[in-house]
Write a protein that binds this ligand. Structure first.
Ligand code: X2X
Length: 333
């Protein structure tokens, strides 16, 4: 049984246990880690992909899923997939940007108006540019990005009605320079924490607020520790399905094709799941006691523009990729 690793040692963490244990040992056992609860559509569709891979490869390949930060937090899993200890990981674009800065380009504040713009860009030139940058650091990135969603702001003490309410807000953000920069530009007080620490940091009031798409607020039960939710749509965020390139390319070509097709198809279905989820999730969260506001984006955008957020990040990303983004969404600021 070959554990497809770029480096030799199988880490003990891998033995914690995954979702599927086929009776017969597979020839290639591939480990996939992620940061989300089992009930999130990402895990449901990933398990479908795993089942399809096992079936189409006649049991030669198994993909074993380690959900919910079982293998550590986001930055730990990113290190593991780079070393080869982990075969697959689905980092948010925000998080993978700690390694490949251009990957955060989709998360520029208030860039995307809707999903038509999102998928046109991420399935088109912008996504291809990002995947090429990931390849340079040894990461193979599957073509179809998975959806996280438009990020919304939850808070415990007071509702957010406009940009002024962001003043001094102690808000958790993912481990990502762009998130820190965005919330500093809004005069908030952001702290980077891995997702594994979000619930407890809200519960113990280390932070007062966080921001995530509604499906995550639901499946991670953040409504238990937050009262208010502002539909801010401030960032669109997705998950790249990445692989350690050396290990992936060591698979025979026919098996690589089976894995790629299963993962890309599952990603497309996962996008539809999030779309359906979005149709009902606000009502569900309301019934659990969350109070919603819908601040106009204008005061937020103006504050970002006046504080130089867009010009700073245009400089940091560079003209070429900024033009790709503006090609998809129109002129920014
Ligand atoms: O950590 C988060 O907030 C999450 C789950 O959205 C990401 O993976 C960026």
């Amino acid at each position: 049984r070959r554990a497809l690793q770029a480096l030799s040692a199988l880490p003990a963490a891998g033995l914690i246990g995954g979702l599927s244990h086929p009776a017969r040992a597979a020839e290639f056992s591939l480990k996939y880690g992620n940061n989300l609860p089992l009930t999130h559509p990402l895990n449901i569709r990933a398990q479908e992909a795993a089942d399809r891979i096992a079936k189409e490869s006649n049991g030669r390949v198994e993909m074993v899923i380690f959900p919910n930060n079982q293998l550590g937090g986001d930055t730990d899993m990113l290190a593991q997939v780079r070393s080869g200890a982990l075969n697959f990981f689905t980092p948010s674009a925000l998080v993978v940007a700690t390694l490949v800065p251009v990957a955060a380009i989709n998360a520029v504040g208030f860039a995307f108006a809707d999903y038509d713009q999102v998928w046109k860009a991420m399935d088109g030139g912008l996504g291809a540019h990002i995947r090429a940058a990931m390849a340079k650091v040894g990461l193979h990135t599957f073509e179809k990005m998975w959806d996280n969603g438009f990020r919304q702001i939850t808070s415990g003490a007071k509702p957010i009605e406009n940009a002024k309410d962001m003043d001094g807000l102690k808000i958790r953000v993912p481990v990502s320079p762009l998130s820190i920069s965005l919330f500093k530009a809004l005069s908030s007080s952001p702290t980077s924490l891995q997702f594994s620490e979000v619930y407890s940091s809200l519960q113990t009031r280390i932070v007062d607020a966080q921001e995530n798409p509604l499906p995550i607020i639901q499946v991670a039960k953040l409504y238990e520790v937050q009262k208010y939710c502002a539909i801010s749509n401030h960032i669109w965020d997705g998950f790249w399905f990445i692989a350690n390139a050396r290990a992936f390319n060591a698979l025979p070509a026919d098996l690589r094709a089976i894995v790629s097709n299963a993962i890309n198809d599952a990603g497309l279905k996962q996008r539809e799941d999030i779309k359906a989820f979005n149709a009902t999730v606000q009502t569900d969260l309301q019934s659990k006691g969350m109070n919603f506001t819908k601040p106009s984006p204008d005061s937020f955008r103006a504050k970002l523009r006046d504080g130089g957020f867009y010009s700073e990040w245009k400089g940091r990303f560079g003209d070429e990729v900024w033009a790709l983004l503006e090609g998809a969404v129109g002129k920014l600021a």
